[in-house]
Design a binder for this molecule. Structure first.
Ligand SMILES: CC(C)(COP(=O)(O)OP(=O)(O)OC[C@H]1O[C@@H](n2cnc3c(N)ncnc32)[C@H](O)[C@@H]1OP(=O)(O)O)[C@@H](O)C(=O)NCCC(=O)NCCS
Length: 182
């Protein structure tokens, strides 16, 4: 397969809808068949529910407005948005760390190093060495993060529970560059 020529850049306000679309498509593709109830039909209904759209629109509006940590991947040929990644700075018991809060690549463009490039861009905005991410345990994303040097921690996370669809998505925490104990 030919790899697309892709540019990583700051998002524009008017790209909000495209970012939301990429988020929806990547979420559905990543979760199909990973836990009971995760059919394509149920997941598509879930991401298109009016409340989900409202919440995610607000989420991405704020992320674009903050304009730190967030980057999009655009096709050089037509500027189409095909990926989005967002890092944020958070306080943890071990001090400040960079959390990759979101990372979504449109499924047709998976395995072209676009996710890796977005992680690099998102984390470069912050100076904290330790980076963490909360990952859906049954998705291929675990292999992706593992390849980037993130390792599962012992922290227990509550699953993402979606009672209307009888879906429960187990989560794990993964960290990279863990600071040595003082
Ligand atoms: C996870 C995701 C962001 C990866 O993006 P990507 O652009 O395809 O990743 P990359 O091409 O940079 O992958 C780098 C390496 O990670 C590993 N990797 C990535 N996807 C993998 C998969 N599906 N299975 C196994 N290993 C994988 C491989 O080692 C890959 O290198 P290779 O292709 O040379 O073998 C993308 O699949 C996605 O959007 N998934 C849905 C949303 C999601 O789960 N996001 C993570 C939220 S925590």
């Amino acid at each position: 397969m030919t790899h697309a020529n892709v540019l990583i850049a700051r998002p524009q306000t008017e790209e909000l809808r495209d970012i939301l679309k990429v988020h929806q498509l990547a979420f559905v593709a990543a979760h199909v068949g990973t836990s009971p109830g995760t059919t394509e039909h149920a997941l598509t209904a879930l991401v298109n529910a009016p409340r989900a759209i409202k919440n995610k629109t607000e989420y991405w509006r704020h992320a674009i407005g903050r304009n730190i940590g967030i980057h999009v991947a655009r096709l050089a040929v037509n500027n189409m948005v095909i990926g989005v990644g967002e890092g944020i700075a958070i306080a943890t018991d071990e001090g400040m760390v960079t959390k990759i809060a979101s990372l979504y690549i449109q499924p047709e463009f998976w395995r072209q190093r676009i996710g890796s490039r977005l992680v690099g861009a998102a984390t470069a905005d912050f100076t904290y060495p330790t980076q963490l991410v909360e990952v859906a345990a049954a998705t291929n994303a675990v292999a992706f993060w593992d390849g980037l040097g993130f390792k599962q921690t012992e922290r227990k996370l509550p699953p993402i529970s979606i009672p209307q669809y009888d879906i429960s998505i187990p989560l794990i925490e993964m960290r990279r560059n863990v600071a040595p104990l003082a």
